[in-house]
Design a protein around this ligand. Structure first.
Ligand SMILES: *Cc1c(COP(=O)(O)O)cnc(C)c1O
Length: 484
């Protein structure tokens, strides 16, 4: 191994809070009591809650040290496929923290928050323009909640046409949340096989489509990192039988300003602002999954909706066909601010974001395909997928490769997903990595391929430099220790 940005630095051991400190130690000094002693309430009477006894530096250092165990987009390349872990420019954080924005209370009368309402209204318009669709809700708090919104709209639309439909077509290259969202809404999902090119075939879709089927949910680009190039014909086949086309646009980072979704025949699409539009994500933190629809479906969008009356912005609940409310108030507003700031700061360059994201993924694909098996050898979108097939003769698996990458200072890519590819290694570099960083990643992967043949035991025991080595993942899942 030549050079590494890996984890050989100053990394401290860190006990649990309860194992630190000493009885009676605390982070502040109270003035002497000048009132009679009385219990505040039952909770605080007696010994009080089981907090550890610590002073302020103990606590600050504890959390600072724990934060140093983390790797994130601010510390290293994070090529986690399907997640778009890209660098989030700090200016967008600053706008979201501006006092007038961060402290705006959702109960403010609209007279007092015209700026905030205007931002919501304008962001909806921008997302409509970016996608080519007509109307947008910013309410859903995640991509998957956007999907649920879409399924509720499927349901409401068909009821408005005088018929309940019971099934939804879901390709085998769809994201796992798609069938879950359909099921949550009471639909039965019907799997659609992709063809040998890894994409949908309109003929197969047409055969599966009937008048019991509400429509299709297509992830595009799909979870193989491929653009569904038959999407228009697929949409025509679905529309011909009265169905709707839902597009999971969580992977929109690949096609911004390049693909007009409406012209592809899509009726409903969700975006993940916490992937494509500059909100840090991971660990299940707050997100935003706006849903964009055609003009015909706009009446079904969740309420309240921001409307403009002359020069004033208002909230309106006056949409009798609406599917209702998906989130308290108007969604996760801070994330909407980041997206608004991101779009304004990039302007016409949004398209370049996608072009670089796609270029970078294809560069990695070409840089590794002679030493890692590439199941679909065709131009990819924002991510590329390899497998461990060429390493299997040395009994080296995808997991070993991922663990060894940590020794080279890279967060491992997504592994064993999508399920349609056995032993998948799914790499998404995003547009924010420089050529130097990507070359470093390719070099590390090439070195690992060599090690697989020459010193496989090195890989089987990896990571060597991380704080913890191989974890017992089965036991962690089956017997989680949640008590600290
Ligand atoms: C991330 C992702 C989702 C789910 O988004 P959440 O915000 O995590 O609910 C859905 N579909 C695709 C293709 C994704 O990549």
């Amino acid at each position: 191994m030549t050079s590494s940005t890996g984890t050989t630095g100053l990394i401290f051991n860190e006990p649990l809070l309860w194992e630190m400190g000493a009885k009676g130690r605390m982070g502040f000094s109270m003035p002497p009591r000048d009132v009679p002693k009385a219990p505040v309430d039952n909770q605080l009477a007696g010994d009080g809650p089981d907090f550890a006894d610590l002073c302020e530096p103990d606590i600050v250092r504890h959390y600072t040290r724990l934060s140093q165990w983390n790797i994130g987009v601010d510390s290293s390349m994070y090529p986690l496929g399907s997640c778009t872990m890209k660098y989030n420019p700090k200016t967008n954080e600053r706008q979201a923290a501006l006092p007038g924005i961060a402290t705006a209370h959702p109960f403010l009368p609209s007279d007092h928050c015209q700026g905030v309402l205007g931002l919501i209204y304008k962001l909806e318009q921008m997302l409509a323009e970016v996608t080519g669709l007509d109307a947008v809700t910013l309410q859903p708090a995640a991509g998957s909640q956007g999907e649920l919104t879409g399924m509720l709209i499927f349901y409401a639309y068909h009821v408005s046409q005088g018929k309940r439909r019971t099934k939804v077509l879901i390709p085998d290259t769809a994201h796992g949340t798609n069938p879950a969202s359909a099921a949550l809404c009471g639909f039965r999902s019907v799997p659609v096989p992709s063809n040998d090119q890894g994409v949908l075939d309109a003929k197969i879709v047409s055969q599966l489509m009937d008048d019991e089927t509400a429509g299709i949910m297509v992830t595009n680009p799909n979870t193989l990192g491929l653009f569904e190039d038959n999407i228009k014909a697929v949409a025509e086949a679905v529309h011909a039988k009265g169905g709707l086309v839902y597009c999971d646009g969580a992977n929109f980072n690949a096609v911004m300003g390049v693909v007009d979704v409406a012209r592809c025949g899509v009726d409903i699409l969700h975006l993940n602002l916490h992937k494509t539009f500059s909100t840090p994500h991971g660990g299940g933190g707050p997100g935003a999954g706006p849903v964009c629809v055609t003009r015909d479906l706009a009446p079904f969008l969740p309420v309240p909706r921001a409307v403009k009356e002359n020069t004033r912005y208002e909230w309106s609940e006056n949409f009798p066909q609406s599917v209702g409310k998906l989130h308290a108030f108007y969604g996760n507003f801070g994330i909407l601010v980041r997206a608004y700031s991101y779009i304004l700061s990039l302007g016409n360059h949004l398209q370049q974001v996608s072009q670089y994201a796609v270029l970078n993924a294809n560069y990695i694909k070409e840089g590794l395909k002679d030493i890692f098996h590439l199941p679909y050898d065709r131009p990819c979108m924002h991510e590329c997928i390899f497998t461990d097939k060429l390493q299997q003769p040395y009994k080296i698996t995808t997991l070993d490769i991922a663990k060894r990458l940590m020794d080279y200072g890279f967060h491992p890519p997504t592994i064993y997903f999508p399920l349609v590819v056995s032993g998948a290694i799914m790499i998404e570099p995003t547009e924010s990595e420089s050529k130097d960083t990507i070359d470093g990643f390719i070099a590390a992967m090439r070195q690992i391929a060599k090690e697989a043949a020459a010193t496989p035991e090195l890989l089987r025991l990896a990571p060597h430099f991380a704080k913890l080595k191989r974890l017992d993942e089965t036991r962690a899942a089956r017997k989680p220790c949640l008590c600290g």
